[in-house]
Each structure stands twice: as structure tokens, then as C-alpha cells.
Design a protein around this ligand. Sequence first.
Ligand code: ATP
Ligand code: MG
Length: 342
Amino acid sequence: MHSHRIAVIPGDGIGVEVCGATRAVLDAVGRRHAIALTYDEFDWSCARYLAEGAMMPANGLDLIRHHDAIFLGAVGGPGVPDHVSLWGLLIPIRRGFQQFVNLRPIRGLDGRQAIDLVVVRENVEGEYSEIGGRLYQGTPAEMAVQESVFTRPGVTRIVDYALDLAERRGGRLTSATKSNGIIHTMPFWDEIVAERVAERPAVTLRSEHIDALCAKLVLDPAQFDVIVASNLFGDILSDLAAAVAGSIGLAPAANIDPTHAYPSMFEPVHGSAPDIAGRGIANPVGAIWTATMMLDHLGHPEASANLMAAIESVFTTTDVRTPDLGGKAGTEDMTRAIIEAL
Ligand code: ATP
Ligand code: MG
């Protein structure tokens, strides 16, 4: 019996609903594969922020530092600006635990969309920085300055991670750039990508400007396999590709520290969806697919593959679909169908 302690942060809105669904599925997977998962729940959320003035306690990272993984539903909500949940919870965890890879596999589950790719997003530096500020406020010369930070070790490790993945998946890597407009950081990114690719004869590289890449992803996503991108570009590309694949409710994500020095964090791409929260109709597939990534990371590839196969078979052999996919099933129906398929 393998046992793992998971820190669960259900968060707000449908985050809580999809976390419950995921735990039910993981319990079933655990019974089949002799994996004992124990959960500690943390109420870190926008609801907590509204009540106590902080998304999480000041010693939050210390409370979850020794867990084997973190599973997060979604945080966000009416009355709390997005940057509060981002900078008050997600970014401190990503940076504090060196989760420098944000991995987002994207696939059309019902086989109707020809898309099967992985976006490898740099997750701790790049365009999301605290360096900058406002100058000359209240004058006609007012300006805002926002610096991007690209370091050689930071770019090198994300590119190497993407290259490893590309080698395992058939050797095609696309790098997102914008070196024609952003003339310092992007040529630096391109240079490091070229250096690292030169050491990998099994990988062919394609470099695409982010604007053209977005258009091509919409028009013909099948031409892409692994895409490596900076923090901002990766964020945009993965939402775009998830939308091309069907619903944002299907999309999984993982914030990974590949060195295993710290716990990695697993969270579906979607947010708290206040418009449908509390109605029992949230699509749990993004969260459950995310759980397959967690199983992989914890060293259970077989359990992960079985769960993925169960999700796929619900799409290929049943017509159970939540409303975001045009169906009438609720969160519980979808969850039950996946457990039955297991
Ligand atoms: P937040 O403030 O937390 O970012 P949001 O509403 O801005 O929330 P999302 O939660 O990503 O962003 O929702 C975008 C849209 O997609 C909403 O209309 C929502 O209902 C829908 N949606 C998101 N996730 C799901 C899901 N799992 N199942 C069904 N619909 C979803
Ligand atoms: Mg949002």
C-alpha cells in the first residue's frame, strides 16, 4: 500500500464542487490500485479573504510544505478582484514551492476535435513580475512601467523540461516568441531555445510568433504537439487551446516542481464560475483529469492511465454530458459515470 498526504484547497464556487467529485473518484482509484490518499482541507479562498482580509494565513506555505501534493479547486468570486486571488494565493504557492512548470495537456475528448497537444508554460518568472510602478501620477505625462524578468537558468530549465516531453511524445516542439516586437527578452528566449535544441537531435523545433501561433491554433490545431511558452504567452495559449478543444470545464493543469523538493499543485484551468456555482451542474472532468496528472506525479502511472481511460470511455461509450457540453447531466452523474467506467 502506497500512502500520500494531499493538501486540498477547495476554494470558492464550483471549486468546492469539483473537489468533492474528484475525491470520490480518487477513492475508487485508490481501492483498485492500493493507493491510500489522506486529505487535509484548507479553507483558503476569496470567502476567507472577505471575512479575514487574507486568502491564506501568513504561515500558509509552512502548513502545506510537507504534503506530497496540493489539490486546488478554484479561487475567485464576486467582490474580490482577480489580482487578489492570484497574488494572495496562487503566485505565492507557485513561487514559494518553485513550481516552475505549468503543464496543460489539451485533447478533444469526444474525438470530434483534432487536437492533442501540451502547453508547457513557464510558471515563476517572465511577464508576471512585481517590478515596475506608476510615474508622474495625475499629470499628462502619467505612465506605468512593468518589467519582465527572464533569467538564463529560468528559461533553460523550462525549455529542457519541454524538450524531455517532446522526446517522449514524438519529437515536435514549437516555441512561442515575439522577437520582432519585444527586442530584449524574446531574442534571449529564442537564443536559449536554439542552444538547448541543438543538443537534442531527436527534436525538431518550430519557432512561431505568438500572434500567428494563436491564429494557427484556431485554424489547424492538429499541427502542434508540445508548445513551450513564457508565463504570459503560455497562459493565453492554454486557454485558447482549451476552448478549441471544447469547454474550459474539461481542461486540466499542473504546477510542477520537477525536482520534487516541494509539493506540486494540481488545479483545473477553470475558475470558480459564480454564474453556475451551487447548482450541481459544474463539469468535474477538468478536475478529475487534473487528478490523473497528480497520480502520475506521485509515481502511479498505471493508476493515472486507468483513470484517464475511464474518462475517455465515458465520452466514447456514453452520452453523459454536463450542460457546458450541451448535455443535461449534473456533476454527480458525470462523476458516477467515470467511477462506473473504472
Ligand atoms: P473566476 O472569477 O473564478 O475566474 P470566472 O467566471 O471568471 O471565474 P471561469 O470560472 O473560468 O471564470 O468561467 C468562465 C465560464 O466558463 C463561465 O461561464 C463558467 O460558467 C464556465 N465554466 C467554467 N468552468 C466550468 C465547469 N467546470 N463546468 C461548466 N462550466 C464552466
Ligand atoms: Mg476569471
